[in-house]
Design a protein around this ligand. Structure first.
Ligand SMILES: O=C(O)CCC(=O)C(=O)O
Ligand SMILES: [Mn+2]
Length: 249
């Protein structure tokens, strides 16, 4: 059995490792695999959720190179969110990128993916190597300074499936990332996402919790965040989740 499997999954996953056979099996069963932990990512204790964190996945010089390349290469765009019928400028720049078949809808807008840029493809491939997961898409966000932000939401769009695995890489200025319960609104996590860090969210994290990146008026530097995702599931799985989609103010 793969080393990183949590003991609680040992019962279910008795096959040798996360081979393509076990991945196909997981797809059929419509469950997401347990979060991979080949790098000894720190598990964060959040009831019912699966969140792991590597504060310095990349050393500073590599993270600096990524920050420079991502700033330059990505076609950063000012999107508008549809809030109560009004188009409101999102407080950040964004870019949806991925394989050609990964169109994505959020805040009632359909995004056709941009082609992978070299720096993003390199990070995608590095995550594949480390985690054994090939993400087919990524939402890139550029927070120009501490006034840019992301409001409370869950990454629960139907295209992502019911228990999505999301790998979030951060570069540039450190910013606070928060998680709160969807049911009670009680705070569950407040963590600084630093330059070169990785945060993995899986299992029921999206169905039980919301997350946000609040404004930080004292932060003057830019931050880039890449949330790698897997889009595109058989219709049967999508139907079961329903069509609810969170707005991202
Ligand atoms: O910037 C972050 O850390 C969070 C981004 C996020 O939640 C998203 O892209 O859905
Ligand atoms: Mn999100």
């Amino acid at each position: 059995m793969a080393e990183w499997l949590d003991p609680k999954y040992a019962r279910v996953f008795t096959i040798g490792s996360t081979t393509s056979v076990s991945r196909r099996l997981l797809k059929t069963l419509a469950v997401s695999p347990p979060l991979p932990n080949p790098m000894q990512l720190n598990p964060l204790a959040i009831a019912g959720a699966e969140v792991r964190h590597a504060p310095a996945l990349y050393p500073i010089d590599a993270a600096d190179r990524s920050m420079r390349a991502l700033t330059r290469e990505i076609a950063w765009t000012q999107h508008h969110l549809n809030l109560f019928g009004r188009a409101v400028a999102a407080p950040r720049l964004s870019c949806w990128m991925g394989d050609p078949d990964t169109a994505y809808t959020y805040s009632r807008t359909r995004f056709v993916p941009q082609a992978w840029t070299p720096a993003v493809a390199e990070l995608r491939d590095d995550l594949r190597e480390r985690l054994g997961v090939r993400f087919n898409s990524v939402l890139a966000n550029l927070y120009r300074d501490g006034q840019d932000s992301m409001g409370w939401h869950s990454d629960d769009e139907p295209e992502l499936g019911p228990r999505p695995l999301i790998a979030s890489l951060s570069f540039g200025a450190g910013r606070t990332f928060r998680l709160r319960s969807r049911a009670t609104r009680e705070a569950a996590l407040s963590i600084e996402l630093t330059h070169g860090s990785l945060l993995l969210m899986g299992g029921d994290t999206q169905s039980l919790y919301q997350h946000a990146l609040p404004k930080r008026m004292r932060v003057t530097g830019a931050r880039i965040n890449l949330t790698f995702r897997t889009i595109g599931l058989p219709a049967a799985r999508v139907d079961r989740v329903g069509a609810a989609s969170a707005a991202m103010p």
